[in-house]
Every structure is written in C-alpha cells, then in structure tokens.
Ligand binder design. Structure first.
Ligand SMILES: *Cc1c(COP(=O)(O)O)cnc(C)c1O
Length: 387
C-alpha cells in the first residue's frame, strides 16, 4: 500500500497506513474506520488524540520545549511530585521509553549493591519476562526468542519461575542485589503474579537485604484498576519502572525509587531529553486524569464488563478462559488460531493483538465506553463464527 517504503523491516505490518485517531477509533488512508483495542500497545491510556493531551502539548510547546536536563523545569517538577505523592516512592527520574526506565532500574540496583552489599549486582528475573529491547533489558528478559540473540548478553540476570518461590530462593547468593518482575507478564501473554507470590517476594527480599523492583510499564497508570498494580497486593516495592500509559501516546517513561535506594551520584545517570517539559506536561495531564478515584473505579467496572463478555464468547465458541486484571485481559483460545483471528478482525475493522498463537490480548483505552466494548465483542463474535 505505501508507494515507497524506506523503513527498516523490523516487524510484519498489515498493508494499512493510519492517518487519524479519535478516542477508541483509528482511520486509515482509505477512510476505513477501526475500533482499536491495541491503543498503541497499552499506551494510549485516554484513547486517540484526547483533548487534554492536545491542549497540554499545544500550551507547553508555546511556553518552553526544552531548556536542558541540567536545569529545572516546571512540568518535570510537577509530575515528579504528583508521582511521589501518589505512590510509595520518593524520587523520580524521567526517561524517553520503558526500556530506558528498566535500564535505569538495573543501574540503580547495581549502584546500591556497590554502596551497600559489597558489589553485589545480580538481579533475579523470570522466565517469560519482557523488560525491553536494549542489550541489558533483553538480557533481563526471559523471552525464549531473545535467548540466542546479540550474544554476548549482559551478565547477571538469573531466571526463576513466576509464582514459584522456591525457584527464586534457589538463585539467591552473595552476588544477588535485587529481584525484578512484572506484576502481570504482559508480552508473554498476560500471566499475573499472584498477590501471595508478590507478598512472599517482598518478605524474602527484606529477609535477604535485597531490593524489589516492579516493571509496571504495562500494568501501571490505572491499567489494572489501581494507579499502580502493586497496590492490589498491598506491597511497597523499592524501585518501579513506568512507561507506556504514563505518556498517553507520547514517549515518556519514569524510574521511581524510595529515598533510601535513590543512590545515584552526579554523573551516573542522565540523558539529553530526560524530563523535558513537553513530555512531562503531557504526563501530568494523563496522571491527573487517571488518578481520580472515579476514573479508576470505571476502569475496574469496564474490565469486568469486558471479561464477562469474553467469557460468554468463550462459552459460545468453545474457547478457553480469560486472565488478567482491569483492562489488561487475555482470552485463551484453546488452539493456535490467534494470528488468523487478528488478521480477520482487522479486515472487519477491529484491532486486537495476539501475544501468542493461542491467545488474544485486549488493552483498550482506559476510557473505553461499554458501548464500544459491546461493538468490539460483536465484531469478534462475527470473526470467530467465520473462522
Ligand atoms: C513495553 C514494555 C517494556 C519496554 O518499553 P518500551 O517503551 O518499548 O521501551 C518493558 N517492560 C514491559 C513490562 C513492557 O510492557
């Protein structure tokens, strides 16, 4: 469809060029409309082109785009304060992507190990985990397809099994400094860590003097019905990585840590665009909108609506079960038809994602309406009937 294409071919893309978005919908260059349950990959927390983001961008672009990360600016201070006040963390470092936030978390944990644990540097991570595509975050990931790539990997990321405390305990040694996990493994196919497992990890890390790092890039900023998913398990981690939803569609991430753990010395961490006012002004608008109790209650309610509808669909078409929390839900198809469903759905005007061949993942905008959920389910019902 594109008449010339100089883009590196890094992923299969359908022959469609998107030109416009509004709320739950995208339009392509032919004027066709799509109901979007991908939303930039769990990124557009408030849907496509929300007025609150357009306004924040326009106002900030006219006031100050970037002064230099070596100077203070208003929006980064305001957003950092909001995040600190609404979480168990005290300090924030802004990044331009999720991977960069995780990379920062790894560096901070290693620095903490240097200062407090005789140079301990190993971070226990999990089979199936996804933490990003820089060399260190690919090394920290437990995605099987990454294993043979870009050798040699960054060392120091032994892998345990999710929801298996003994597999974690077996890896703890003198060099261990932290345990890092996604509260729900998103890219692997929406596999939640149980609240019990998260509580046990917090206890275990305290017992051994280790840090607990949560990668909430996919689960954070209201996605699972709390501002941060760790709140469901009533734990307080030491470090958190944010990305995706915090920018509502613009490149923004954040590394958060408690005061005791915020041990970077001058020169350890930085970056030209980090904490630029343009992105931080958007982040502030997004977080202020999402953090309102009524907004979060709606996310929970709509997650239940979606899950109930998916279970009914599963019953009708003899599919498997749903899993996940809030508006991060997977439907187990019970057979490897997910890529075919995704392709057919696109042809029918519905965008969904298949994180694995036997499952669909739903990550609509957090302000999706019950009517839009109903429309999406009806489209999916038609696709499943056709297959
Ligand atoms: C998307 C994602 C990342 C990587 O974020 P980028 O912005 O793509 O670098 C890391 N961890 C998790 C859990 C993610 O979902």
């Amino acid at each position: 469809l594109p008449t010339s294409n100089a883009l590196m071919d890094i992923t299969p893309r359908p022959p469609v060029v998107f030109t416009r978005g509004e709320g739950a919908y995208l339009w392509d260059s032919q004027g066709r409309r799509y109901l979007d349950f991908v939303q930039g990959w769990a990124v557009n927390a408030l849907g496509h082109a929300p007025p609150v983001i357009a306004q924040a961008l326009a106002e900030q672009a006219q006031a100050l785009i970037t002064p230099s990360p070596a100077y203070y600016n208003g929006p980064s201070l305001a957003l950092a304060n909001t995040l600190a006040q609404s979480s168990c963390f005290d300090r924030v470092f802004f990044t331009n992507s999720g991977a960069e936030a995780v990379e920062g978390a790894i560096k901070l944990a290693r620095r903490y190990g240097e200062f407090h644990k005789d140079g301990a540097y190993e971070i226990i991570t999990f089979d199936g985990a996804f933490h990003g595509r820089t060399l260190a975050t690919m090394s920290a990931s437990g995605k099987a397809a990454f294993a043979p790539l870009f050798e040699p990997k960054v060392p120091g990321f032994p892998k345990a099994r999710l929801n298996d405390l003994e597999s974690v305990e077996a890896l703890i040694g003198a060099r261990t400094i932290a345990i890092m996990l996604e509260p729900i493994q998103g890219e692997a196919g929406v596999w939640p860590a149980t609240p019990t497992f998260l509580k046990e990890l917090r206890q275990l890390t305290r017992q051994h003097g280790l840090l607990l790092i949560v990668d909430e890039i996919q689960t954070g900023i209201g996605r699972t019905g709390k501002l941060f998913d760790y709140e469901h398990a009533t734990i307080t981690p030491d470090i958190m990585a944010l990305g995706k939803g915090i920018g509502g569609g613009v490149p923004l991430g954040a590394l958060l840590a408690t005061e005791a753990v915020s041990c970077f010395r001058h020169g350890d961490q930085g970056g030209t665009y980090n904490g630029n006012p343009l992105m931080c002004a958007v982040g502030k608008a997004v977080v202020d909108t999402v953090a309102a109790p009524a907004f979060l209650a709606h996310v929970t309610a709509k997650g239940e609506t979606l899950e109930t509808a998916l279970n009914a669909l599963a019953g009708k078409h003899a599919l498997g079960a749903t899993r996940g929390r809030g508006l991060l839900i997977a439907l187990d198809l019970g057979r490897e038809i997910a890529p075919a469903v995704v392709e057919r759905a696109l042809q029918n005007g519905l965008l969904i994602n298949a994180p694995r061949a036997d499952a669909l993942r739903f990550m609509p905008a957090l302000n999706v309406t019950p009517a839009e959920i109903e429309d999406g389910i009806a489209l999916l019902d038609r696709v499943l009937s056709e297959l």
